[in-house]
Design a protein around this ligand. Structure first.
Ligand code: HGY
Ligand code: MN
Ligand code: MN
Ligand code: MN
Length: 428
């Protein structure tokens, strides 16, 4: 059999970019939003169709496939020393409402193409190579981000919490999973957990979701750290009432409490003393949502992140204090204040970073070391395996909206760097 280390000359790696672009288009058609927007929610019909499509591409690439209880999908290319821990790469294909067709997808379709690139070059892996499609990186349906990779990383309380979890239509997690053909035999989700060091390394290819690489004309980003995300879910309750008949002093308007809290989030973030602190109020629901009815209940969801965990936690605490103060001042009830996740940042493995630098040099593409301000499944895979991420530029940094775009050339560069990095790690 051909030598397991890369006997090809790196410049001979050829990416079938037309084929890959066709796959990106095909995958984007499994969507609950009209093109060019993409909506693909966990365990929905469109998600199931998309999963079937990914598995067919893995099969065509000659990968042996297995799926775990929550629908993480694994495609493995057995190495000559298959008993050694494998090198894994992957990302997600679920898409938040009205988003784009590249977020996550580049790291799944691109990973399968990277396998095909290596096969076409005559490479034979020593350590097996494994492509992972993570279930539900986005928090859309059950409110928790990176559900699949958190479980793979062994999150006990999540495995328990998911048994009680219900979505916005009161469908339980297990019911939704079973409707997609998962969790059929068991509801013990700890079967998903991977042992620490199950993988030799884990790397992820992803669009930058920021403007830096495009602005600086640099084709590859090598991620050194992933910022620390947190999200909070809050409910306020007031008496509501008739918008005309209740005079202002008699009101306890839950809508205004939510509005005041949103401005408090902005204030605490801007007061953090660093540009690296961000905060967003992405959900604000007013009940009953009638123009002439004082909001009696509001639901607010907040996302705040920072590359410095302590600084991020100070903002979370100040948000909590503000919610309590605002409720008292306005005579509304703070009926829920739930920190949904408050995760530490993750550092990339230095040896993977140097392997990636080597690969970019051999492929004659420049790179930039950078932080990922978006979170990824890599944030959780870093808890059980040395981790690294490769970024490619995206148009104006747009993401989580239909204008998201990555060029053929940028995608091809990313896939080549991924393929060569996988080859190097597999030979270690
Ligand atoms: O929100 C994020 O950071 C990721 O793109 N889901
Ligand atoms: Mn050798
Ligand atoms: Mn995303
Ligand atoms: Mn993503």
């Amino acid at each position: 059999s051909p030598p397991h280390h890369y006997s090809f000359s790196p410049s001979s790696l050829s990416v079938d970019i037309q084929g890959l672009q066709r796959q990106i288009e095909e995958l984007s058609s499994f969507s609950d939003a009209p093109a060019p927007a993409v909506t693909r929610i966990l365990y929905s019909q469109k998600d199931v169709l998309a999963r079937r499509y990914i598995k067919s591409l893995m099969e065509q690439a000659g990968l042996s496939i297995h799926e775990d209880a929550v629908g993480n999908i694994f495609g493995r290319w057995g190495g000559t020393e298959a008993a050694l821990s494998a090198v894994a790469t992957g990302s997600h294909i679920d898409a938040i409402p009205y988003s784009g067709k590249y977020d996550g997808v580049i790291g799944v379709l691109g990973a399968i193409e990277a396998i095909n690139v290596l096969k076409r070059s005559g490479f034979q892996p020593k350590r097996s190579l494994e492509v992972i499609m993570f279930t539900s990186e986005e928090p859309t349906r059950f409110g928790i981000s990176c559900l699949g990779s958190r479980l793979l990383a062994g999150n006990e309380e999540l495995a328990i919490a998911l048994k009680q979890a219900v979505d916005g239509k009161n469908i339980s997690f297990l019911e939704a999973a079973r409707s997609a053909g998962y969790a059929v035999h068991e509801d013990d989700l700890s079967s998903v957990f991977l042992k620490k060091d199950y993988y030799f390394s884990f790397i992820e290819l992803h669009i930058e979701q920021g403007p830096i690489l495009e602005e600086e004309g640099i084709p590859i980003g090598i991620v050194t750290a992933i910022a620390a995300p947190a999200s909070i879910s809050i409910d306020f309750e007031g008496n509501g009432g008739h918008a005309g008949a209740v005079l202002m002093p008699a009101r306890n308007d839950a809508g205004l409490a939510a509005a005041e809290l949103a401005l408090a989030v902005e204030k605490h973030v801007l007061d953090s003393g660093s540009f690296d602190t961000v905060g967003t109020v992405g959900v604000m629901e007013l009940h009953p949502g009638a123009v002439n009815s004082i909001p009696s209940r509001t639901h607010v969801e907040i996302d705040t992140r920072d590359i410095d965990e302590e600084r991020r936690n100070v903002v979370v605490n100040k948000i909590h204090q503000s919610a309590v103060r605002i409720a008292e001042n306005r005579g509304v009830k703070l009926s829920k204040f739930k920190i949904v996740n408050q995760d530490p940042p993750a550092l990339s493995s230095n040896s993977i970073i140097s392997t990636m630098r080597e690969a970019t040099k051999q492929l004659n593409v420049s790179f930039k070391l950078m932080i990922s301000r978006a979170y990824h499944d890599s944030l959780f895979m870093a808890r059980i395996s040395p981790m690294g991420m490769i970024f490619i530029p995206c148009y104006k940094g747009y993401s989580h909206k239909p204008e998201e775009f990555a060029s053929a050339q940028d995608i091809a560069n990313g896939v080549k760097v991924l393929a060569l990095t996988l080859a190097k790690l597999s030979a270690e």
